[in-house]
Design a protein around this ligand. Structure first.
Ligand SMILES: [Mg+2]
Length: 365
C-alpha cells in the first residue's frame, strides 16, 4: 500500500440520544456526544472512526485539535503505526494526555480502517488473526436506577443478545440497596450469571474499603474504579485487602498510565478505553505490555473496533457491549449470540455511517 494517500479529513459532531439515560455518580446523561471522522484518500476507500469524548462542550476544542493534526498527514502515504509516532511528537507540547491524545486516537482508528479496507481485509485479519467469537457482557443499563425498576431492566438486558453477563453500577448511599440490587440480579440470572460492578470512582479510600469489604462475599466478578482513577497507590492498598478482583483502566490516558498502574500493583484486571489508550496503535502497545505482566485485558465502550483488537490481545478477557453509537452506525453485520460478539467479515473495522441520523443529530461546534 505504497500509494494510499490522505487527501482530505472531514470531522462531524453529533449528540445522540440514549435509550437508557446514564445515571451515575459522574452525572446524568440523556445523550452522548461523538465526533465522526472520514479520511478520504486517493482510492475509493474512506477511513472512518468515531470517538465519544464525554463532554459536549468540548467537542469543538477536540475537533479543532483533530483538524490541526490532520494537516500534517495530508498528501502522505498512510502508514498508521508511523503516523501515530509522528502524531505523538506533534502533540507532545500539549502533553501526552487529554485533547491531543483523543485527537490522535480519532485519526489513528480511521487510518487503520482505511488501511485494512485497501488490503480488503477485516482489521483483525490484517493484523494477523482469524475472526473469533468474543465473550461479551451487557453494559447498556443498570445505572443507579430506582430499585423497583431493577427487575425489568435485568430481564431486558439478559434477553437483549442472550447474555449471561452484565454490569451493575453500585455505590448507592445505603449499603442495603446495593445488596438488594445485586441479589435481585442473581435471582433472575440464576447460578451461571456473571456480574461485573462499577463504582465510577465515587469513593475516597476509607469509604471504598468499607463498602468493598461489605460486598466482598456477594459474588461479584469485579469491582471497577472504586476511587479516583489517578490514585493507583490507594487502589493497590484496596487490591491487597479485597478478595474480589479490582478492574481499572478506562482512564488510562495512553500506555504509560498502564505502566504506572502495573508498577503500583493497582489492580488485578485492566480495561483500557480505545480512545484514551491512543486508538489502535496505542492499544497494541498496551496489549503487549499487559501480556508481559499476564494481566487480563477487558474493553471499555467502542465494541466494534475494540472487538477487532481483542483478537490481537494475548490476555483478552471480556468485551464491554454498549449500543450508544448504533443510531449513527449503518448495520454492517455486528452480531451478539449467546453472549458472544461476532464482527462482520468485511474489510476495515465495520464502521460505516447512517447518514440520515448523522444529519439528524448533528451539532455545530
Ligand atoms: Mg467504568
Amino acid at each position: 500500500m505504497t500509494n494510499l494517500i490522505v487527501k482530505n479529513i472531514n470531522i462531524r459532531a453529533v449528540n445522540v440520544p440514549l435509550d437508557k439515560p446514564i445515571i451515575a455518580h459522574l452525572g446524568t446523561f440523556e445523550s452522548w456526544p461523538y465526533l465522526c471522522i472520514d479520511v478520504h484518500t486517493n482510492s475509493n476507500s474512506i477511513g472512518r472512526s468515531y470517538i465519544g469524548p464525554y463532554l459536549l462542550s468540548q467537542l469543538g476544542s477536540i475537533s479543532k485539535c483533530i483538524e490541526a493534526l490532520s494537516k500534517f498527514f495530508l498528501d502522505k502515504n498512510i502508514k498508521p503505526f508511523d503516523f501515530f509516532k509522528e502524531g505523538f511528537k506533534k502533540t507532545a507540547l500539549l502533553g501526552y494526555q487529554g485533547v491531543g491524545l483523543y485527537a490522535l486516537a480519532a485519526l489513528d482508528i480511521a487510518f487503520w480502517d482505511v488501511y485494512a479496507k485497501e488490503a480488503n481485509l477485516p482489521l483483525a485479519v490484517l493484523l494477523g488473526s482469524d475472526l473469533k467469537a468474543l465473550d461479551t457482557y451487557n453494559s447498556r443499563g443498570l445505572w443507579l436506577i430506582p430499585l423497583d425498576k431493577v427487575e425489568k431492566e435485568v430481564n431486558d438486558l439478559l434477553d437483549n443478545g442472550s447474555f449471561n453477563a452484565l454490569k451493575v453500577r453500585i455505590g448507592r448511599d445505603i449499603l442495603k440497596e446495593d445488596i438488594n440490587v445485586i441479589e435481585k440480579i442473581k435471582k433472575i440470572g440464576g447460578d451461571n450469571i456473571t456480574i461485573m460492578s462499577d463504582f465510577n470512582c465515587c469513593y475516597e479510600y476509607d469509604t471504598a474499603l468499607k463498602r468493598m469489604l461489605a460486598l466482598d462475599d456477594i459474588g461479584l466478578y469485579w469491582f471497577e474504579e472504586p476511587i479516583n482513577y489517578r490514585n493507583f497507590e490507594d487502589c493497590a492498598k484496596l487490591s491487597a485487602r479485597i478478595k474480589t478482583p479490582i478492574n481499572i483502566g478506562e482512564n488510562f490516558h495512553g500506555p504509560y498510565d498502564l505502566i504506572r498502574s502495573i508498577n503500583a500493583n493497582a489492580s488485578t484486571y485492566i480495561m483500557p478505553d480505545l480512545m484514551r489508550i491512543g486508538g489502535v496503535s496505542g492499544w497494541l502497545k498496551a496489549a503487549n505490555i499487559a501480556e508481559a505482566y499476564n494481566l487480563k485485558f477487558s474493553t471499555h465502550l467502542y465494541p466494534e473496533v475494540s472487538a477487532h483488537l481483542m483478537h490481537l490481545t494475548p490476555t483478552a478477557h471480556w468485551l464491554e457491549w454498549v449500543d450508544w453509537a448504533n443510531p449513527i452506525l449503518k448495520d454492517t453485520g455486528f452480531k451478539i449470540n449467546n453472549g458472544k460478539y461476532h464482527i462482520p467479515n468485511i474489510p476495515g473495522t465495520g464502521i460505516e455511517w447512517n447518514e440520515s441520523n448523522i444529519e439528524k443529530y448533528k451539532v455545530n461546534v
